[in-house]
Design a binder for this molecule. Sequence first.
Ligand code: FES
Length: 103
Amino acid sequence: SERWHDVFDAGTLREQGLTNVIVEGRDVALYAVDDEVFASDNRCTHGDARLSDGFLLGDEIECPLHQGRFSLRTGEPMCAPLQRPVRVFPVKIEGGRVFVSVD
Ligand code: FES
């Protein structure tokens, strides 16, 4: 079962597009795309880069270091040089807050 953590203001996330939060010691990137929200591990699987420093391209995040792109829906790598998926987490908005589960 999922344990939800109240981590961020939903309106602020929509304004910013992306940010990062620390949840149970884990660095988690949050993304707002239209009416949806996504969450992933903040570390690129290719190198030493934070995805929250990257660029949102629709429902993909582009890594700032070598421009690899991950699907935010699945975590799957969409192009070179990425080979391994990034972990994605369940996330939801309730009462104007963003909740994420990292179990
Ligand atoms: Fe992210 Fe290389 S560190 S694509």
